[in-house]
Design a protein. Structure first.
Length: 461
């Protein structure tokens, strides 16, 4: 019999970094001093860090070599032209500007296009995207399909935009009040769920019908392309680059965080096909980020992005990446731990609402679970629940919880082995078996925008 053997990681390890697991008593003291907010922990006090996959990738020898070789210059560095060539090859947009990370691209985009009283529809805004819309006095509107909110439902493209709701919303508010439409790939806020090519095409058609620019939040575009290749009919024989080129052909531009799928520790970009928008973006870039050929970055980071983008669209790399996510998901699934199904492309999301049904949303179950995981194991995860996305009604003062209470286990790229993930799963399973002992939290401080980053909590009871 010719059984197909699953391939190992498409790389070997050249350098290692020591990590330390503190005793449980010290972890309890550290999280208390941090206000029961894992963002406020020092990295050296974390054993396995799954807070984010952003800026935490292990770079390749090819990327490091490019960083050393490139020229550092205020204007016209060779690394800018290297990245420009890569962007046109993979993304296909006419113009791009480099920025120091994705939220800087959002800042420039929304500062240019959003005005008071306007609306920005998205499948689902992530936290910084939402905050940048609000900062410019616009209203972010989330229009994901209803399947996105059923964590147990198996569906191939739960990140999709609900195009019927989108068109109804445009008619209700009028196109003049909608400066742009966005689609986030993959849809991070609802479990890292992918968006289908058909849905992107339909969203683009609606945008063009009403003369509204269509932008893509592209920070995990290659993972989304891999899902399309594996799940959408007609794309099984396409390369990831071919799929990417088709996706971006339907858009007028994109924001991109290089800290994800350029496999770098810093960097990003803003792309457009519009000459008028490019000139506006460029002028604002110079004011707040830097000259157009470095965009607030050391030139070596541009070269690392140029090389990392090609590594991210390599199919062997994507196969390894998705297999590792599924490995962690299976360990948890088999033990009965409630997760968002099917698992996304960059993280496994635990459904804290089902994990901790005894904790009400106003006591932040996902935050409570995140804190207890650190105490139990030294593992740092991220809360994507009512601390991150809950609202206070400005008229009534009433707390409006998030629709989903998720704890995200984001897997840094090329950083941890399956043994690290096995440890994470075993500790979380052990926590699940004594879940009724976990208590909720009371929030005692949080700024209005992006408050979850610096919020402070106290245990209830």
């Amino acid at each position: 019999m010719n059984e197909e053997i699953e391939l190992p990681e498409p790389f070997k390890i050249k350098m290692v970094e020591k990590i330390t697991l503190h005793p449980r008593e010290k972890r309890e003291e550290l999280i208390r001093k941090a206000g029961y907010n894992v963002f406020m922990l020092k990295a050296e006090d974390v054993f396995i860090d799954l807070l984010t996959d952003s800026g935490t990738s292990a770079m390749s020898d090819h990327q490091w070599a490019g960083m050393i070789e490139t020229t550092q210059a205020y204007a016209g560095s060779q690394s800018y032209y290297s990245l420009e060539k890569t962007v046109k090859d993979i993304f296909g947009f006419k113009h791009f500007i480099p920025v120091h990370q994705g939220r800087a691209a959002e800042n420039i985009l929304f500062s240019t296009m959003v005005s008071p009283g306007s609306y920005v529809p998205n499948n689902t805004h992530f936290d910084t995207t939402e905050a940048n819309v609000l900062r410019n006095k616009g209203t972010p509107v989330n229009l994901a399909v209803e399947d996105a909110y059923d964590s147990a439902k198996i569906s191939p493209f739960k990140g999709n935009m609900d195009t019927e709701k989108l068109e109804d919303f445009i008619r209700e508010k009028t196109p003049e009040k909608i400066p742009l439409i966005m689609t986030t790939i993959t849809n991070n806020s609802v479990g890292g769920q992918p968006v289908s090519m058909q849905n992107i095409r339909e969203t683009s058609e609606i945008a063009r019908k009403y003369g509204i620019p269509f932008f893509i939040d592209a920070c995990r575009f290659a993972e989304n392309c891999y899902f399309i290749k594996k799940r959408e009919e007609g794309y099984e024989n396409k390369t990831i680059k071919e799929i990417a080129r088709e996706i971006f052909s339907y858009a007028d531009g994109c924001t991109f965080s290089g800290k994800k799928e350029a496999l770098t520790n810093i960097g990003g970009m803003l792309c457009t096909n519009s000459e008028e928008l490019y000139q506006k973006f460029k002028n604002l870039l110079i004011v707040i980020e830097g000259f157009i050929t470095y965009g607030g970055l050391a030139c070596r980071e541009l070269e690392a992005m140029a090389r990392g983008l090609y590594e991210a669209i390599d199919e062997n790399y994507q196969a390894y990446r998705h297999r590792q996510i599924e490995y962690l998901a299976k360990l948890l699934r088999d033990a009965g731990v409630p997760i968002v199904e099917p698992p996304g492309g960059h993280a496994v999301y635990v459904d804290a609402k089902r994990f901790l049904p005894h904790i009400p949303p106003e006591q932040f179950p996902a935050q409570a679970l995140t804190v207890q995981l650190y105490i139990e194991s030294g593992v740092r995860a991220a809360e994507l629940g009512s601390s991150c996305f809950g609202k206070i009604d400005e008229k009534t003062g009433e707390f409006i919880p998030a629709r989903m209470e998720l704890m995200r286990l984001a897997i840094p790229r090329r950083t941890y082995t399956d043994n690290h993930l096995r440890y994470v799963a075993e500790c979380l399973i052990r926590l699940y078996k004594k879940r009724e002992r976990i208590k909720g939290l009371k929030r005692v401080y949080a700024p209005k925008l992006l408050g979850h980053f610096t919020a402070r909590f106290e245990p209830v009871g």
